[in-house]
Design a protein around this ligand. Sequence first.
Ligand SMILES: [Zn+2]
Ligand SMILES: [Zn+2]
Length: 370
Amino acid sequence: MPAKELSRPCMDCKEAETVFTVRKRQLCSDCYKHFIAFKVHRRMEIYRPGKTQEVRPKILLPLSLGVSSSVLLSMVEAQIQHQLAKPYGKVFFDLHVLVIDPSSINPSNASIDDNYKVLLETFQSPAYTRLSIHDIFDYVPDMKEIIHEYAGSQFADDSSLSNEDRLSAFRASISTATSAADLDYVLLTRLVAAVAQKHGCKSVFWGDSDSRLAARALAGVSKGRGASMTWQVSDGMSPWGVRFEFPLRDLYKTELLQYASVCPELSDIVIPDAPLSDNVLTKNLSIDELMIRYVQNQGAKYPGIMSNVARTANKLESSCIEGGASCALCGGPRGNVKGNTGVTATTQSGDSEGSQFCYGCMRSRPDLKC
Ligand SMILES: [Zn+2]
Ligand SMILES: [Zn+2]
């Protein structure tokens, strides 16, 4: 169809109507998807096989079935299919998708059985693993002992319980929303890293948008986790010998929502975000939730500021010193290490049983109501 017959032709192809305006570009849905996906695909270039590479690396993609990680999977899969379709095309890596059941983290989350079934039918080439959060005890055998030590005398750890009940009892002992969200994030990160190690993955592709990374950077500092921000927001090596990468770091959450809206194959896979209620008391929200709200509200008005936060955080250099003491729970540097706060945390009773843990983890302990 000639461009002159269109009321608002797409700026790129000039053959279809504009559907989205993104970063001052008016694009049809196909060109929008191409424009957005390019920002992710160019981050995959470091995996382009060289002449000397003999073994194709494996990449782990943790999928929450939320919009962001589902869009990331869709983009990466599209790139792999594109590479496979070329006559002499080489696939950059093999993809392994990890789904940690959301209902194992919060029982109020609905079953994902139907979504998972559609996922396997839609994207057939990756390998899949589906786990519950309490499977961390199988993947990180030391975790039972670590949690027992970490919880301290205020928590009666019962080793006769099942993994599921034992972890539930520990999580239920955490008194504040901030500490509970903080520890859930630590446990999820440890489980993802352990699965990546077990399957010999070179990297983990996290589905965090620019907005989410900005919120995490701001929340991390206020939770005393500044020293471990490096691998939580910037691309590079994690303490577990697996690279952590954030391929969606150039994209805002609103752009990912728009992308998902023109991907019909995702409609029965994605679990939409629960709407942010204005009626929730602020004191009942974790710092992470507060920061996500703040970034979403401010990011809508001033997107440049939030992308600056995430971009600046990506320039952080690791403060982990070779051989330096690291936290048994989260893997971050412990106190008195270059780059850390140098604060030594103690429990209210003044004991020192928490000394194998960092300041950020100590603040979330069951007996520290802060
Ligand atoms: Zn177009
Ligand atoms: Zn820690």
